[in-house]
Design a protein around this ligand. Structure first.
Ligand code: SF4
Ligand code: SF4
Length: 164
């Protein structure tokens, strides 16, 4: 009789429901909340500056040569007198582009760079409707200047946590 009223099954189901109410939620309220990335996560490229805010890249091309996806393009230029506060070395990248559609985020460019000028951050390329939007130019990749924007620099470096 009790079984015909489905009571055992109902109580069993309710028991499962209640037991889940007190467990830690596996979901997060993205994008307000984010989970920390793995320490080995490789995301969007950052072009680095030194502590004085000068661009580190010397346009040597080693990152482009190391890239198996041929995703990096650059043009070198000579530093002019009076530009010492902008560029660390005598040569710099007047143009530096990474094609994120081609990139496989292997990190070989970062490993190849002798100047600590490029690294893969813990952010990913946002969605876009066109291919052109995935070609990141130097202006998109350069880290904020630590002299004029120390907080932006620290955030990009990962030394202060991203806003949740
Ligand atoms: S992460 Fe790999 S594929 Fe992407 S630009 Fe660097 S070397 Fe090329
Ligand atoms: S990012 Fe590094 S390896 Fe690539 S061109 Fe600049 S200095 Fe050379």
């Amino acid at each position: 009789m009790v079984e015909r009223l489905y009571l055992p099954a109902i109580f069993k189901g309710m028991g499962i429901t209640f037991s889940h109410m007190f467990k830690k939620k596996p979901t997060v309220n993205y994008p307000e909340e984010t989970r920390p990335f793995s320490a080995v996560f490789r995301g969007l490229h950052i072009l680095n500056r030194d502590e004085e805010g000068r661009e580190r890249c010397t346009a040597c091309g080693l990152c482009a040569v190391a890239c198996p996806a041929e995703a990096i393009t650059m043009e070198a230029a000579e530093r002019q007198t009076g530009e010492e506060h902008l560029y660390r070395e005598e040569k710099y990248a007047a143009r530096y582009e990474v094609n994120m559609v081609r990139c496989i985020f292997c990190g070989l460019c970062e490993e190849a760079c002798p100047k600590d000028a490029v690294y893969l951050s813990q952010t990913f390329a946002p969605a876009n409707y066109g291919r052109e939007g995935f070609i990141y130019k130097k202006e998109d990749l350069l880290i904020p200047n630590p002299v004029t924007d120390p907080e932006g620099f620290a955030k990009a470096k990962g030394t202060i946590p991203q806003a949740k």
